[in-house]
Design a protein around this ligand. Structure first.
Ligand code: NAI
Ligand code: MG
Length: 501
């Protein structure tokens, strides 16, 4: 057992017990080959802890446990009791939010105040929201004729594989656990190898809340090993994934072997449109949040800002000023920090490579564009917030997802050109429109090819409202009532009441 947890003291002085094993059947286990993943603090590049990395054999064990729980206590548990357990879990998250936010900040690099007040509020809120749905999911009677009673039953799909990313480790887990549990499914979840720690502390809360063994199983492991094993597993009925478009396509292929139900939430290059008639001050502030919060590591980040010619110069100046004043880079545990490090060296290198790409393609570097080494010991994966202007739609920096504090600003003449540029992308996740003209705003909301449109805001997501993409930004929806669709099948029952042969 000693190998399966470690006593840690976080940089903010908080002491806690960090589990390091695989959480299967409500027990901590070692991985079958003993391989480990070492978690790195992106602020100073130090090692935090090593956790067990699942092999395909370990995925098998987790799937067996999930199947047994599905056939056993979970699926047929009265739905109100299922909701009670979920509500209990949401309360335990609330009670442990400081330690969970501490781990999130330490491992991911996001500012502590954000982890605590935004991420953790979202986690407990989302689980509580779906707890309320657990006993309100029901079928319909469909009236066809007096000779027939036809009705539907909304059944859980079964054992669900859930593969989550590192940008909102606990948030993305909650988005997937909430609807899956409310509908009576069981789960094998894999966390991202870049941020393996917080979900393990969360796993103990699942046990404490009283969930039967095997309902939720949580593994760390490499994508190409444990992730691939989940995506291909014949014992898994559904895969839900958030991450890159390239990996989403891989998962779709793997899932095809056994024709699994899938939901995918993938990349984006979301446009934010600013018209001449917009409230410029508000547009600037939201546009800043839209790309610079969470170090730009947001799938819906509005990373392409399109500004009408009449206000273009004014907008660019005001935006640069806003970045300068607000994007304070620093230790994520310090209160005044707005921007921490990128999550890993790989992501840091990726952002720096896109800065080079922008320069070599002839875009104008209006601001930032450098590694930042003035935090603590001079280490860490910090990048200065970067703004490119004079960007053409053919450039890679206009077309590809960077996933960093990196934005391109482009001008447009009129509504037609704005729409053409906004939709000139293989992605279709978020979008934002700034105008005071409500008719124009709603007209654009219909014509923009995206799963979500924010009118006069950006990143204003809410767990009560559906979230997801079109085009290569994904398949299916999470959150809101729509999120339940992804975790139930509608079975049709036809009862013959009088068609006698
Ligand atoms: P990724 O998509 O490869 O990883 C996300 C998750 O998928 C992780 O849990 C990973 O272990 C798993 N995974 C990887 N390969 C797999 C496979 N073959 N089968 C099953 N699971 C697999 O993303 P990565 O490499 O961490 O980041 C690269 C880029 O992806 C980022 O720069 C960003 O552009 C994008 N990304 C988008 C996210 C979003 O919220 N939509 C989140 C994370 C990354
Ligand atoms: Mg880390």
């Amino acid at each position: 057992m000693s190998d399966l947890s470690v006593e840690l003291t976080a940089p903010n002085g908080r002491k806690y017990t960090q589990p390091t094993g695989l959480f299967i059947n409500n027990e901590w286990m070692a991985s079958s080959k003993g391989n480990k993943i070492t978690s790195i603090n992106p602020t100073d590049e130090s090692e935090i802890a090593s956790v067990h990395a699942a092999e395909p054999e370990d995925v098998d064990r987790a799937v067996e446990a999930a199947r047994a729980a599905f056939k056993g206590p979970w699926r047929d548990m009265p739905s109100t009791e299922r909701g009670d357990l979920m509500y209990k879990l949401s309360q335990l998250v609330e009670a442990n939010k400081e330690v969970l936010a501490t781990i999130e900040t330490w491992d991911n690099g996001k500012p502590y105040s954000v982890a605590l007040n935004e991420d953790l509020a979202e986690v407990s809120g989302c689980i509580k929201y779906y707890a309320g749905y657990a006993d309100k999911i029901h079928g319909q009677v469909i009236d066809t004729s007096p000779a027939k009673l036809a009705y539907t039953i909304r059944e859980p799909i079964g054992v669900c594989g859930q593969i989550i990313p590192w940008n909102y480790p606990l948030g993305m887990a909650a988005w997937k656990l909430g609807p899956a549990l409310a509908c009576g499914n069981t789960i094998v979840m894999k966390a991202a190898e870049q941020t393996p720690l917080s979900i393990l502390f969360f796993a103990n809360l699942i046990k404490e809340a009283g969930f039967p063994p095997g309902v939720v199983n949580i593994l760390n492991g490499h994508g190409r090993i444990a992730g691939a094993a989940i995506a291909q597993h014949p014992g898994i009925d559904k895969v839900a994934f958030t991450g890159s478009t390239a990996t989403g396509k891989e998962i779709m292929k793997s899932a095809a072997t056994t024709m699994k139900n899938i939901t995918l939430e993938t990349g984006g290059k979301s446009p934010l449109l600013v018209f001449d008639d917009a409230d410029l001050d508000q547009a600037v502030k939201w546009a800043h949040i839209g790309i610079m919060s969470n170090m730009g590591q947001i799938c819906t980040a509005t990373s392409r800002i399109l500004v009408q010619e009449g206000v273009y110069d004014k907008f660019v100046e005001a935006f640069k000023k806003q970045v300068h004043q607000t994007s304070k880079i620093g230790d994520p545990f310090h209160d005044e920090t707005f921007q921490g490090p990128q999550v890993t060296k790989a992501q840091y290198d990726r952002v720096l490579a896109y800065i080079e790409a922008g320069k070599s393609e002839g875009a104008e570097l209006a601001m930032g564009g450098e590694a930042y080494k003035n935090v603590g010991n001079g280490k860490g994966f910090f990048v200065t917030p970067t703004v490119f202007t004079n960007v053409k739609s053919t450039m890679r920096v206009f077309r590809e997802e960077v996933f960093g504090p990196f934005v391109v600003i482009v001008s447009f003449k009129d509504e037609e050109e704005a729409l053409e540029k906004a939709n000139d992308t293989t992605y279709g996740l978020g979008s934002a429109v700034f105008t005071k003209d409500i008719v124009k705003a709603h007209r654009l909301a219909r014509k923009i090819e995206a799963g979500m449109v924010w009118i006069n805001s950006s990143q204003d997501s809410d767990f009560r409202i559906p979230f997801g993409g079109v085009k290569q930004s994904g398949i299916g929806r999470e959150l809101g009532e729509a999120g339940l669709e992804a975790y139930t099948n509608k079975k049709a029952v036809h009862v013959n009441l009088g068609t006698w042969l």
